[in-house]
Structure formats: structure tokens, C-alpha cells
Design a protein around this ligand. Sequence first.
Ligand code: IMP
Length: 396
Amino acid sequence: MDTVVLGLQWGDEGKGKLCDEMAPGHAAVVRFQGGANAGHTVVRSGVKIALHQMPCGALHAGVRCVIAAGCVVDPVALRAEAEGLGLGPDRLAVSARAQVVPPWYGAIDAAEERLREHGAVGTTGRGIGPAYAAKAGRWGITVGELSDPGARAARLAAVLPWHHRWLGALGLPAPAWPDLDGLGDWLRPYVVDDLAAIAAGRAAGPVLFEGQLGIMRDPDRGLQPAATGASLLPPAALTGPAPRVLGVAKPYVTMVGGGDFPTEAGGPDADVLRELGEEYGATTGRPRRCGWLDLPALRYAARAAGATHLAMQMKLDGLAALGRMPVCVAYSGWDEARGYPLPHEVGRVEPVYEDWGPPADPVALARRIADAVGLPLAYAGTGAARGEAVWPQGRQ
Ligand code: IMP
């Protein structure tokens, strides 16, 4: 059975560790959205490895890695990552339909952030929003086009004048064009039809779909405008029938960047959660905002994601040091049967807290959270290292 791993909070729930645990039982690991904004952290022999575009399967010999059509690919960053990990075309396949993130999208991303009057989204600056905007506007460049010398020249001639206007409107200088021919030629051996690559993977075993970010940053179901550019929902057409959808969460909440955060904790409490949980962005190094478990948001995200199971990363050091665990069990006066507050209403909700006391047995606590969400518990991570985990229903 295929498995989809999705974040049910605002990102950084520990999807990287879970996918790293699961990858060996799978023929292929597929990234299906996002780009180099991800920072999936895996700990190997005490050393932290952050994967940005590369699926977690990269760390397991024999597991094929696929970057599918919904992704946006920064070829400079991907090349550095592939070469650093020693991954050749036998292990890594990139969809011809994925969009390219040329280096100047990062400058556009930063300039658009500076212009936002509703408050900055706090993007990672990796050009993700501009790449999805260019795709929607039909001004993008696909991996297939960049890697095909004939198509490349024609497509660049068609879209670069518009890119110059976009840069000019933002007051940005014309970029120093990188060696697009060289990047396209480097990509060529990796380029595939992703549907065919995934089908070939499935013939050899189940396929793992590795989501990025968390549902609360989804452009449709999250808290627009503090959202990312890519849909974070399960890739229904790519998976085999009735996949298992594991929604991942932590027993508290972190957020990087702007946007409403109903259960954000005050100064010293947040500092304890951040320091003991090492809550710093894996891509940008930014300190993460920290707060309490938000059950109304988690129940909503589980429904929005179509999660079939909950997977809990029981990072408990901060809560244990605080000796208490405030949990938002409801929003005052809000009936969850109506749905979740709209993005423009979320800033006004008043969390109702219960103190669940000092956390003791991580697996019992994970079960209590799963019961409160209304999902079966598939996994409870009990430490950062590989293998520190309990699978109440078995691994597959
Ligand atoms: P973008 O995806 O770079 O456009 O950023 C959109 C929002 O999502 C910003 O608030 C980012 O801080 C947040 N974000 C993007 N990627 C990650 C991630 O991997 N972890 C946590 N937050 C992220």
C-alpha cells in the first residue's frame, strides 16, 4: 500500500524523520510539491542532515527518488544536493513537467515580501511563490524545456522578456544570467515522465509520498495569505488505490514566518520550547515561533488532509522542563461543527486551555492526542535518532 506523509500543523512536524524511518520499506520516495523551501531533517550517527529538495529516500541505497510534476526545481540547489549525496540518474528522477526556479526568482520573492502591506509572509526566499505564480501565469519554464536544447532556446526567448518586466516592475536590476545551458545539460539524464517512473517504482514495491510544510500553510485550506505557493494536499492521482495518509504533528506547535498563531506562547515558555526542541529553521536558520498544541486546528487539518492515521513526533524535552502541558481543547464560543474559522477570523479566536500536566509516557500521550483528534495512532517518535519510534499498528 502506498503511504502519503503530510504535516498537520505549520510545518516542521518531523516529516523528515518519519520518511527516513519508512523509506527502506519502499521502492521509491516521491516529492510531489514545493521546492528548496523544505528542510527535512534527518539525524545520522549524531549528525543532522537537512534535505531541501531531495526526497528522504536519498539516504537509503536502493530506494529511488522522484521529484514529481507539482514540484518547482531550483537546478543550482538540486545539483549541489545531488552531487553532495552522490546521487546519479539511477537513483534520482525529475519530472519533465516540474517547473524550474531560475536564480532570479529568489530576488523577486524577497522584493515582493518587502512590498506586502498585510504583513510579510516570512517566506524562505527560495522563489517558491514566484515559481507557482509564473506557472499559473503561463510564464514558467519546465524542466523538460530547460533540459532539451531545442526547446530551451525557444522557451527562453518567449518568456524572458516578461521576466525582465517583472524584475523591472519590482525595481530589480536585470540579473546576471546563470549558465542555463549548462544547468539544462546537467539535468537532462535525470529527466523522466514522473507517472511512468512512479508506476515503475510501484511494480517493485510500495511508494512513499513525502509532503512538505503543513496544512495550515496550504493555499486553499491554510491561513491565506500566510501560505505557501504549492498545494499541500495528498496527490490523489499519483498514489495507488486507498493510500494510507499519515498526518504528522508534534505535541506543541511551531511556526516560521508570519501569520496568525492562535496558541503562540509568551516569552520564557517559548524560549524553553525553542531551545530544548532545537526549533530553528532547517532552511533559513530562523528561530521558530513556539506555542501550545492546538486541537481545533489539528482536527481541522486532519480533515482537510484526508488523514487516515496520526503520526506523532513526541518531542517532549521542552514540555518536560516546563513541567506542564497547556493544550488548547476548543476556541471560546466556537462550535467546530461549523468548520474552522476563516483565515481572516483566526486572529480573533480565544483558545480554551487544559493543562495535561508534566508529560510522562510518550506513547500514552500520543494515544491521548490521537483520541482527541479522532484518528488511529500509526506512529509515535520517541527520539531524534532512527529507530526511536513505536508503531502501534505495525510499520506497513
Ligand atoms: P515559501 O514556501 O518560502 O513561499 O514560504 C511561505 C510560508 O511557509 C512562510 O511563512 C515560510 O516561513 C513557511 N515555510 C516554507 N517552508 C517551510 C518549512 O520547510 N518549514 C516551516 N515553514 C516553512
